[in-house]
Design a binder for this molecule. Structure first.
Ligand SMILES: *Cc1c(COP(=O)(O)O)cnc(C)c1O
Length: 395
């Protein structure tokens, strides 16, 4: 079997998006900034995409900027808001401990520039308290940045409440909606955010393209200087085939959302029930307020990396959700934030499914994880200590 269970990392492009990509590249090769006919035709396609995405997200087309993806959109929104705040003497930035590195590392950089960064904790359920956000906001606050849904444990944050709070307090609000858009309903007007980031490759669109929403009037400065593309806020010739494919992928995911959600919830229930039968394990993140495709577990007494390698040998592509791949041996900041101790956080597994996964695959996933966890535990000195009472079980 070959099972792709890593949809939170990236998704395969859907057929409609692939076709749209190839068609656009063949027919609309003009530079959208050129004044001749080929250029104007490309410009028309570009405007059409902007209008279609705006309708789907509930905003004005003029408030959308095409970027290279989620990371760029997060970077631009946060630095723009921070620098605008600093001009008014506001140097406090509020976010959460479970953000994506695109947000956390941008905040770290701003901290080195002299900003005060406050990372709010989350509960064991992986959800931030609105009252904590409220308590953190003061007259020095330039920006609140809270992700819509978490990429590791799938928890959905109360962004509409946070949006309303920020509006009341007159503070800018950014949300990284990369894991939410195309998967659960996202309406910018309902959230009331000033900035929102999305990325095409997380909803069956191409890699290297995304959108930044910036409310009209919200501060926005370019990260990339050059031509006057994207209302002068993002220089560089637009990647029209990718933008058209993203638009089609978004329309398709939103049109299929209810059906996909039903399939995914069913698979998720089955997967969680099956994996929960393994002894000394725990589901990460709230059982209900989570993305329908996300199942994240910690298994005591094992290393997530060995688990991944052995699953890969069985044809299963999964993720640990830990940062070990980036060369550090630190466990995931998200798992630590929900209160998992280091040893337990190391034994993590993230399975993120898509609507093309099947019940049969889920059963194979459950059986394989059971086998591999047992195999690894039998080799583990930590597990022997636990079994023989020299160490206390945590899970
Ligand atoms: C994938 C991801 C990003 C980064 O998006 P890219 O398009 O890969 O740069 C940012 N935030 C979250 C929550 C993500 O899941």
């Amino acid at each position: 079997m070959d099972i792709y269970a890593d949809h939170a990392a990236t998704t395969k492009m859907c057929d409609a998006a692939l076709r749209a990509y190839a068609d656009t590249a063949a027919k609309f090769y003009g530079n959208a900034s050129s004044l001749h006919t080929a250029g104007q035709r490309a410009q028309e396609v570009l405007s059409d995409c902007r209008a279609r995405i705006a309708r789907l997200l509930g905003c004005d087309a003029r408030e959308l900027y095409f970027t290279s993806g989620g990371s760029e959109s997060d970077n631009q929104a946060i630095t723009s808001a921070a620098h605008a705040g600093a001009k008014k003497g506001k140097k406090k930035l509020i976010s959460t401990a479970i953000e994506h590195h695109a947000v956390l590392h941008t905040l770290k950089k701003l901290e080195r520039e002299g900003f005060e960064v406050v990372l709010l904790p989350v509960g064991e359920d992986g959800i931030v308290e609105v009252s904590d956000v409220e308590a953190a906001i003061d007259e020095n606050t330039a920006l609140v940045s809270v992700m819509f849904a978490n990429n590791e444990i799938g928890t959905i944050q109360p962004v509409a409440e946070i949006g309303a709070l920020c509006k009341k307090k007159g503070v800018l609000f950014h949300t990284d909606a990369v894991q939410a858009v195309g998967h659960i309903p996202v309406n910018i007007r309902e959230i009331g955010c000033d900035y929102l980031a999305l990325s095409a490759h997380k909803f069956s669109g191409p890699k290297g393209v995304g959108v930044l929403y910036a409310r009209r009037g919200a501060p926005l400065s370019p990260l990339i200087e050059g031509g006057a593309q994207e209302h002068g806020k993002r220089a560089g010739t637009e990647d029209l085939p990718a933008i058209v494919a993203m638009t089609v992928a978004l329309e398709t995911s939103i049109a299929d959302m209810d059906a996909s959600e039903k399939v995914l919830k069913h698979l998720q229930d089955r997967l969680i029930a099956g994996l929960s039968k393994i002894e000394h394990c725990a589901l990460n993140g709230d059982r209900v307020r989570r993305l329908p495709g996300n199942t994240s577990f910690c298994f005591e007494g094992i290393e997530g990396e060995s688990l991944l390698l052995l699953l890969d040998e069985k044809g299963i592509e999964a993720s640990s959700g830990s940062a070990c791949t980036s060369g550090s041996l630190d466990p995931s900041h998200v798992l630590l934030a929900i209160g998992r101790v280091h040893d337990v956080a190391h034994g993590s597994l993230r399975l993120t499914l898509g609507p093309e996964n099947t019940e049969e695959e889920v059963d194979y996933l459950i059986e394989s994880v059971k086998e591999v966890v047992e195999y690894l535990r039998n080799m583990s000195p930590v597990w022997r200590d636990l079994k023989e009472g020299r160490r206390q079980y945590i899970l």
